[in-house]
Design a protein around this ligand. Structure first.
Ligand code: CMC
Length: 366
């Protein structure tokens, strides 16, 4: 995760020293005690996890920048020792500068990359009525994320599964959430708001929300023997088959090719996932046969990722936040790049409504 995140943000693979420094930053910035304390006081179990994640980002922004006016000079007032990491390693104030790939912006990008994992893990715990767990500085990003969620240090296999899944979701061209984040960046709003916009766009079922929808769909189908009937009914009802199709790929999504054997791996000793996986295999076969040639519909990245996350112990409602934990790297990298030569996004629309309407006084309107 760390190596690929560095590559995407900086455009080059890190050398030894750069990687070590980057990892150290992420370890420091993943400590968000005040943010977690603040969001922990809300009835988070009543929020959708993506809404809770947005609140977490806004809370982090408020704590780091001093609230609504990020450029306002701010004196660190908190004397809690555990808040130091949140207000800067040396307790200095963070004055936000919204222009380009400045050092401040880069630091905030790092903080967001580190912070989304901590906030997401805390949301997962709070939803289960458990207390959030502090990060373990000895663990890498993927292992620590699993640890903060489950409370147990993961096996090497679980760590690698998480790491690969996060890497595969990290960036993907001008996808909807990246576009949303860049649109906000182009107004010279700050990176926290950019990430908030990305979270909003990612939550939809046609985008990041598909991974959760896939697992619900497989549960609804109930088993491989029901796939043919279910598919025919879904087609008759003009339902989209979740986890299939892509705006860019008109072939098998290469990320799904990597994830499929990993999903098979998690079925070992896990009968519930085995049944879902067998259903998924059968559905893939039917969809490719019926829609592959004709409509170029094949599995996408979201088809097998949910099974992996379920196998790692996550609730389905946490799958899309996990996507955000990784995609935040692409969001901030592209926002920083765009800001180097920024111009506000301002598309024109073609008006196609009626023309020549007369103003009708209110009392005469039907
Ligand atoms: N199931 C059934 N039919 C489909 C599907 C599907 N999953 N995807 C596309 N089609 C049909 C679509 O209705 C259209 O039919 P027609 O020609 O009869 O109007 C045809 O295939 C071509 O679709 P398209 O216009 O090229 O698709 P799009 O680019 O507008 O939408 C998509 C892309 C990903 C939103 C869509 O495929 C979809 O809704 N898939 C299901 C949701 C999903 O899995 N989303 C995850 C996307 S990948 C990762 C991510 O972004 O998070």
């Amino acid at each position: 995760f760390e190596e690929t995140a560095y590559l995407i943000i900086h455009g080059k693979l890190p050398n030894d020293a750069e990687l070590a420094a980057f990892k150290e930053k992420l370890v420091t910035y993943r400590e968000l005690p005040r943010t977690i304390r603040t969001i922990g006081s809300l009835p988070l179990e009543q929020y959708s996890p993506m809404a809770a994640l947005s609140i977490g980002i806004d809370t982090m922004r408020t704590i780091l920048t001093g609230g609504t006016s990020p450029k306002r000079p701010r004196t660190p007032v908190d004397t809690d020792a555990d808040t130091v990491a949140e207000i800067g390693a040396n307790g200095e104030e963070l004055e936000y500068k919204a222009k380009g790939n400045t050092e401040d912006n880069l630091e905030i990008a790092y903080r967001l990359v580190a912070g989304l994992g901590t906030i997401t893990a805390a949301i997962a715990r709070i939803r289960q009525g458990r207390l959030p767990i502090e990060p373990d500085p000895e663990l890498g990003f993927a292992a620590n994320f699993l640890y903060m969620t489950t409370g147990q240090r993961p096996s090497k296999t679980a760590e690698r599964l998480m790491d690969i899944s996060l890497i595969l979701h990290m960036d993907h061209g001008m996808n909807a959430s990246t576009f949303a984040a860049m649109l906000v960046a182009s107004t010279q709003s700050d990176l926290f708001h950019c990430v908030g916009a990305g979270i909003g766009a990612l939550s939809g079922p046609l985008h990041g929300g598909a991974n959760e929808a896939v697992v619900h769909m497989l549960e609804e189908i109930g088993g491989p023997e029901n796939v043919e009937d279910w598919f025919r009914k879904a087609r008759a009802e003009k339902r989209k088959i979740m986890g299939f199709g892509h705006r860019v790929y008109k072939t098998y999504d290469p990320r799904a090719r990597v994830l499929k054997p990993l999903a098979e791996l998690v079925t070992k000793d896990n009968p519930e996932i085995t049944r879902l996986y067998e259903t998924a295999l059968k559905l893939e076969e039917v969809v490719i046969k019926e829609l592959g040639q004709e409509k170029k519909i094949f599995p996408n990245v979201d088809y097998y990722s949910g099974l992996i996350y379920k196998g790692l112990g996550f609730e389905p409602c946490m799958f899309t936040p996990i996507f955000a934990v990784s995609r935040v790297v692409g969001w901030v990298a592209r926002c920083l790049e765009y800001l180097e030569n920024n111009r506000i996004f301002r598309p024109r629309a073609v008006y196609s409504g009626p023309v020549g309407n007369e103003y009708i006084p209110l009392e005469e309107r039907e």
